[in-house]
Design a protein around this ligand. Structure first.
Ligand code: PLP
Length: 289
């Protein structure tokens, strides 16, 4: 990913105007002792831009706040971060891009949180047409009650520690797939390494509950809106691995890809519902913010 726009966010500044400093996108940004770099200790969000407009901004800010709270970081100032995203978006000269914004616990030496935001054009999935996915189920190794029994494991927070998620995607590659659905150690469907699951079972579109230690998906929420608008039934409830084999269609939802249909699961071909995928994509691509 090559950033096109880069801003440093001074979290001690009194107002958004003085907090934002535009930098050369290729400029060095962090000190060698920033905890984002040395421990992955921070949180982030990635917002997609459609025709230059940031999508699902409030839902992303809600999740940013939730992640910061789980990590006991200072609560992000919504006005400041909204301004940051809008500023980066305004300076991006691409119709479909993304803005990633980051809050780090900061430099170990000063104990002051640091923030920055970068605008980039995703190298893949620029068109708004989601790819079809070959997916494998992988054990996440935590029970579905991990968020309450072991909150220090930070399941459900969008932290900078994505090394595990990336390792899972490499494992998918070794198994001839391109994506993953994580399963809890007690057999429940969780989420992808960077996506939310939707399964259609008996005509109902189902996504797992965030109480299982997964992220509240902003794209899945808007996909449910599209489905409800079309008269479909949607539900948030637990799904087991065997429920998934009863599903007649599956999607993995994420900001940059949209609702991507699953065309194979653990090597078994899955039915791709093109019409529903297009209906959700049309809704997502027509959002005004
Ligand atoms: N779950 C995880 C672990 C993610 O990293 C992401 C997105 O990055 C999602 C779900 C999907 O979230 P969204 O649709 O808001 O992009």
């Amino acid at each position: 990913m090559k950033p096109l726009v880069l801003y440093r966010v001074d979290l001690r500044a009194g107002d958004p105007a003085s907090a934002l400093e535009r930098l050369d996108p290729a400029a060095p940004l962090l000190t060698g002792t920033d905890l984002a770099a040395t421990r992955g200790d921070g949180v982030f969000e990635t917002v997609v831009l459609v025709d230059g407009v940031p999508q699902a901004m409030e839902a992303h800010l809600d999740r940013f706040e939730r992640s910061a709270s789980l990590l006991e970081l200072p609560s992000p100032d919504r006005v400041l971060w909204r301004t940051v995203v809008e500023r980066v978006a305004a300076e991006m000269d691409v119709s479909r891009g993304a803005v990633k914004y980051i809050l780090s616990r900061g430099d170990e030496a000063t104990g002051e949180p640091t923030g920055w935001a970068l605008g980039f054009a995703p190298t893949r999935h620029r068109t708004g047409v989601p790819p079809e996915l070959d997916v494998v189920l992988l054990d996440r190794g935590y029970r579905s009650d991990v968020a309450t029994t072991a909150p220090w494991l930070l399941q459900g927070a969008k932290t900078l520690s994505y090394a595990v998620n990336m390792a899972a995607l490499r494992e998918a590659g070794r198994r001839g797939a391109s994506d993953v659905i994580f399963v809890s150690s007690d057999g429940y469907i969780l989420e992808g390494p960077n996506s939310t699951v939707i399964a259609r079972i008996d005509g109902e579109y189902v996504t797992p509950p965030v109480e299982f230690g997964i992220l509240p998906g902003t794209t899945q929420a808007d996909a449910f809106e599209a489905l409800r608008e079309g008269g479909d039934r949607v539900a948030v409830r637990a799904l087991t691995v065997s429920d998934l084999s009863d599903a007649d269609a599956l999607w993995l939802c994420s900001s940059t890809r949209g609702a991507a249909p699953v065309r194979s699961l653990d090597g078994v071909a899955q039915h791709v519902d093109h019409a529903t995928t297009e209906r959700i994509s049309a809704f997502l691509n027509a959002r005004k913010g």
